[in-house]
Design a protein around this ligand. Structure first.
Ligand code: ADP
Ligand code: ZN
Ligand code: MG
Length: 496
């Protein structure tokens, strides 16, 4: 018998920390990184006799996310108690949602290998985060554990997908799409390193063609796209091996060890918690009225899929460009502002994808942390368009403006006319004007040919790639200022 082919089935449970100023059931701050237990009160420390009150913003953020992911928003939903004992959970239960979540039956679209695919969203519910245990290392001499409750009660959304995902790549794309949507909505910062967005991945394998799902395992707390991909890849191979060796996959929760690149069993089904869910008696059910829902719907920004389609149809951009530009709202806005100021869409897109991205990557910053404005690029592109400078000079100028803008604290209003004066002054002062004088360029070309007769013979004999060498030499001779098109044309003329 030949080797059996297997198919993976994956469903993700994503936790997203909401960007509210205060916690979900009390007025304590959600600020990250403060001194332990400085952002607590009787409610979030689980004192007896206190009552939670729902943060309306958290509800609004969850509804926004539901609408943006094509969910049905429940007109009636409620909270539930999820009972378990752990030192970081002072009440002995977590307030979550269970049988009546606020959002259900949604989907998001992902593109993998050029094909669009819908991934179903089972539900999105609200819940409170737990605190954090800090274990003093034994080697450090201490023998204590500490509990920091600053995080207890921070609002989370749990977004549960249908088991529609079929590969680690699809899982990563789905996760990326969710992150983009959350960031567009401004409901979560999507910072995976700080844990504001994390994922539990459920995965099973089955022989290709089989209808029934296999037994699944759950890999907990994956906090980067890379780990989601790697952990799933490992887990799929592991499960296939178990089956091929004649064994059975055990339903269990596993942990990803990023150092060793493997998953390890944490607890099996038998050890699983029985959460004894029941409706939360301290909170009234949530009834969303139609008017408020309409208001929230009207407040949604243009979402990435729609923006991508518009960028293709309105600006004639290739799919690839549009995809990259809409991956961050701030990037898409930067692009559109440059186009509004007169930039050619495809030219602007190229410069963003190559030159601007290079500058940002060098400093490991994102577009919204950068002081270089679209107007800088547009003015430089104008100079190139008008033939005043060549593209190489334009790139150097952009890098220079980027460097200069780094020292600017706060935002300065830079207008097109003002910046034109500034850039033209630099071009003139530094003598960067492109040489487009045919005589001058011909002289440079002749000089270079005279200096490299051997190369020129090979060039004439048909070694076409040598044109790059000659253009480079002419550029060197003209200190980078020659009009590259004219140099090319002249060299070709010298050939014949
Ligand atoms: P549990 O009862 O263990 O919480 P759920 O049915 O609630 O399981 O599903 C939790 C997550 O696991 C969902 O994202 C779902 O899509 C996914 N899932 C369910 N069954 C499977 C399976 N057989 N293989 C892979 N993923 C699955
Ligand atoms: Zn509190
Ligand atoms: Mg479940």
């Amino acid at each position: 018998m030949g080797k059996m082919k297997y198919e993976a089935v994956i469903g993700l449970e994503v936790h997203a920390q909401m960007l509210t100023d205060t916690k979900i059931f009390c007025g304590c701050s959600t600020k990250f990184g403060s001194e332990p237990n400085t952002q607590t009160c009787p409610v979030c420390t689980g004192m007896p006799g206190v009552l939670p009150v729902l943060n309306k913003k958290a509800l609004e953020f969850t509804i926004k996310t539901g609408l943006a992911t094509n969910c049905k928003i429940s007109s009636f939903s409620r909270f539930a108690r999820k009972n378990y004992f752990y030192p970081d959970l002072p009440k002995g239960y977590q307030i979550s949602q269970y049988e009546l979540p606020i959002c259900e039956y949604g989907y998001v679209e992902i593109v993998v290998n050029g094909e669009t695919k819908k991934i179903g969203i089972t539900k999105i519910h609200m819940e409170e985060d737990a605190g954090k245990n800090i274990h003093e290392s034994a080697s450090g001499g201490g023998n204590y554990s500490f509990v920091d409750l600053n995080r207890a009660g921070v609002p989370l959304m749990e977004i549960v997908s249908e088991p529609d995902i079929r590969s680690p790549e699809e899982a990563v794309e789905y996760m990326k799409k969710l992150r983009t949507i959350l960031r567009y909505l401004g409901v979560c910062d999507g910072n995976m390193e700080q844990g504001s967005l994390r994922c539990d991945a459920n995965v099973s394998v089955r022989p290709a063609g089989q209808k029934e799902f296999g037994v699944k395992t759950e890999v907990k707390n994956l906090n980067s796209f890379k780990f989601v991909g790697k952990a799933l890849d490992y887990e799929i191979r592991r499960q296939i091996k178990v089956l091929e060796d004649g064994g059975k996959v055990v339903q269990e929760t596993r942990l990803w060890d990023s150092e060793r690149g493997i998953t390890e069993s944490m607890r099996t089904k038998e050890e699983a918690h029985d959460y004894r869910y029941f409706p939360e008696p301290d909170l009234v059910p949530i009834v969303v009225d139609q008017r408020w829902l309409d208001e929230i719907r009207a407040s949604l920004p243009e979402l990435p899929d729609i923006k991508r389609k518009r960028f293709v149809s309105e600006y004639g951009l290739p799919e690839h460009d549009a995809d990259l530009l809409v991956s961050e709202k701030a990037l898409a806005e930067w692009f559109e502002e440059a186009v509004t100021l007169g930039g050619q869409p495809k030219v602007v897109s190229n410069w963003i994808m190559v030159e601007l991205t290079k500058l940002l990557n060098e400093d490991r910053i994102t577009i919204d942390e950068c002081n270089l404005k679209p107007v800088h690029l547009v003015v430089i592109l104008e100079q190139i368009e008008q033939g005043k400078i060549n593209p190489a000079t334009g790139k150097a100028l952009l890098a220079e403006e980027y460097k200069r803008s780094k020292n600017i604290i706060g935002t300065i209003e830079v207008t097109l006319p003002k910046l034109r004066v500034h850039i033209e002054a630099i071009i003139n002062q530094k003598g960067l004007v492109q040489i487009s004088d045919g005589g001058a360029i011909e002289k440079a070309v002749d000089d270079v040919i005279a200096k490299h007769p051997k190369e020129f013979e090979r060039f004439r004999a048909g070694e076409e790639k040598l044109i790059g060498f000659f253009v480079g030499q002419v550029m060197k001779m003209t200190r980078g200022k020659a009009n590259p098109q004219m140099v090319n044309d002249l060299l070709k003329k010298k050939l014949s």
